[in-house]
Every structure is written in structure tokens, then in C-alpha cells.
Design a protein around this ligand. Sequence first.
Ligand SMILES: Nc1ncnc2c1ncn2[C@@H]1O[C@H](COP(=O)(O)OP(=O)(O)OP(=O)(O)O)[C@@H](O)[C@H]1O
Ligand SMILES: [Mg+2]
Length: 284
Amino acid sequence: MTGTPPPSAALAVGARGLAKRYGTRCAVDGLDLQIPTGAVAGFVGPNGAGKTTTMAMLLGLVEPTEGTGSVLGHPLDEPESYLRRVGALIETPAFYPALTGRQNLAVLAAVGSQDPRDIPGVLELVGLTERGDDRFRGYSLGMKQRLGIAGALLGDPDLLILDEPINGLDPSGIREMRGLIRRLADGRRTLLISSHALAELDQVCDWLVVIDRGALVYQGPAADFGAGSETSVVAVPERQDDLPRLRRLVLDAAAEQGIALADVRLAGPTLEERYLASTNGAPR
Ligand SMILES: Nc1ncnc2c1ncn2[C@@H]1O[C@H](COP(=O)(O)OP(=O)(O)OP(=O)(O)O)[C@@H](O)[C@H]1O
Ligand SMILES: [Mg+2]
């Protein structure tokens, strides 16, 4: 299942037949990728599906065994021509525990020849302004992840690649990370965000690439993923006491019985349900 590809000029990332083999193991198996410029693209697949390997190939960290592609209009095999415009967070970022968040960003900016004057802005964007002068070692996991994203944002990249930024976060960390992703989606910058659990990215992505065992399962608008699936009616009574009665009634009957409905809507299967159905839900 593949969505209609946008014209290639509007692609932040395009790839054809991208493959990576390690011996006889195929980590990535002939992927065709189309990520429109400005998209917030979720890159989803079970553990071992090939997400990190694909991202590493886009960043010039892993050499493809086969395939061609482009990033921000430059050939994949010339990463030096586009990497300055790409920010990335792959695996847990290495920071100095004894330095503050702000000092760690200053080190990154110096190493990457980025303007240190960007630091207050990126700290603000990731919500760390108030904790910027605390040592990294005292940060929560969510704060560490957000500092990693702040580092990736130095230089104001046109493409931001985040590998599992939500992994391991508690519910409030997940909420903060989702808020941050929404703030980063300014319609100009392209985001590619991986996750092994589609539910983590529900509501934040407008484009989806789903892979399983190195191969494409779905690519296209997030809203179209699993479209055409059966829908059902969800009815929520205003008063909880009405719930047992409501269960036995259809909508018209509810009105006749004087039950005020707080919410009536159509609900399809959640994105997560569609995703599990399309990948057999089997982590490997
Ligand atoms: N350097 C390597 N040498 C050998 N095999 C590798 C190497 N890197 C990845 N693989 C294999 O390639 C497959 C894809 O791995 P990859 O890390 O890209 O998956 P992933 O989708 O990022 O998984 P996860 O959700 O667990 O992070 C796995 O079977 C993995 O064992
Ligand atoms: Mg991975």
C-alpha cells in the first residue's frame, strides 16, 4: 500500500531500492521512501524493522548496499553536501554529566561550528530554559532527550531526524515530547521521527512510513493509513449514571429517554490497531 508520491522537487527525502545487508541478514530490503518537504513524518516499525539503519543511511553513517536517494535535493552518496542542513538524534546523545545543559550545547556548537548565539533559542524551544544551568547528570530522561533535540536544532536544520525520541519516557514525558514535536513542526522544517509504537506518534504526524522486516508496509498521509476500515459509534453520556441504560439503547432511543449525550462521534480503529494489524504486531 503506497500513497500518491508528491513531485520529487517537493521531497525532503527520496530513496529508491534502499538496502543494507549485513552478511546474509537484510536489515533494510529495497525501501522506496518519499518524505514531502515540511512533513512531520512518523517512521514506524517493530523492533528490528530497520528504522535506525535507514536513518543512519540517510545521515551517511552507514553505507547502503544498494539503492539511490536524495536528501534535501542532494544525492545520498554526497552527505557532505546536505549534512549541515540536517539535525539528528540517533540513540542516546553523549553529553558531559558534569557540565550544565547550556555548557554541553556550547561544546556541541563549537565542535559543529554552529553559532553559540542559537543556544538560548533552542533551550527555549525544548522547554529547558529554566534548567539550562543545571548539570546534565541531574536531568530526567525526558530532559536528556530534549537536550539532545536542542543539540540537533543548532544551526536551524531544514531536516530533523529523531530516532525513538519518545522511547522510555513516562506519560508526562511523552506529553512534553509530543508538545515539542508539534512546536518543531513549523511547516517549513521536515521532521522524520521513528518509533516502534505507532500510538506514541498518534496525533503528531501528518505523514507515515511503516516498515516491517526492512520493507515498506505503508507510506502516505497519516490520515489515510488503514482508511476504509470499519467505523463504529461511540456514545458518552453526560452523567455516568446513565451509562448502563445507554448501553442498551441506540441513539434515537437515547433521545426519547431524555439522556443528554455529551459526545457522539464516529471512531475508526486507532492508528495503533491498524498498525498492529498491518505488521502482525510481532516484535522480533
Ligand atoms: N551493525 C550491524 N551488524 C549486523 N546486523 C545489524 C547491524 N545493525 C543492525 N543490524 C540488524 O539489522 C536489523 C535492523 O536493525 P535496526 O536497528 O535498523 O532496527 P530498528 O527498526 O531500529 O529496531 P529498534 O526498534 O529495536 O531500534 C536487525 O535485525 C539488526 O539486528
Ligand atoms: Mg532502532
